[in-house]
Design a protein around this ligand. Structure first.
Ligand SMILES: Nc1nc2c([nH]c(=O)n2[C@H]2C[C@H](O)[C@@H](COP(=O)(O)OP(=O)(O)OP(=O)(O)O)O2)c(=O)[nH]1
Ligand SMILES: [Mg+2]
Length: 130
């Protein structure tokens, strides 16, 4: 099965992260996520993240810090998530495609339901604020 490469943005302001809810009809729908999406063939990961954050949450990204890369097999789909922290951006993030959005304290992220692959992302963020 082909691996789907996904650029994922952890949008951070102080100790809060902006998350959105995946539309029900999509893969892993109904769960919360860090905004992002598939890299297109003619793009770098950086470019893919800038485009996805513009399309999904309406911000302009000015800086990306690598956090981790996760490979996960959902059975029906194999993904490689390239997760970056975004602290430098302009505009106020909001669900630009009608999806719910929320600023959540890092310590409260574990109260939200995320796709399975996200467990390690949340663990790593928690380690950072400990
Ligand atoms: N954006 C995002 N995707 C995630 C997360 N965790 C996780 O397993 N995924 C998976 C779900 C999807 O299979 C894939 C992302 O694809 P996507 O549906 O967001 O892609 P996209 O925005 O380009 O949308 P489209 O091409 O389907 O319109 O990565 C996460 O935190 N954020
Ligand atoms: Mg997406």
């Amino acid at each position: 099965m082909k691996k789907v490469e996904v650029a994922v943005g952890v949008i951070r302001r102080n100790n809060q992260i902006f998350i959105t809810k995946r539309p029900q009809n999509l893969h892993q729908g109904g769960k919360w996520e860090f905004p992002g999406g598939k890299r297109e063939a003619d793009e770098s990961m950086d470019q893919a993240l800038v485009r996805e954050l513009r399309e999904e949450v309406g911000i302009e990204t000015h800086g990306q810090l690598p956090l981790l890369v996760i490979e996960h097999d959902y059975g029906d789909k194999q993904v490689v998530l390239d997760v970056r922290i975004v602290e430098q951006f302009s505009g106020e993030p909001h669900g630009q495609e009608g999806q719910l959005g929320a600023w959540v304290a890092i310590s409260a992220l574990s109260d939200y339901e995320f796709p399975e692959a996200n467990k390690v992302i949340i663990e790593k963020l928690l380690e950072r604020i400990r």
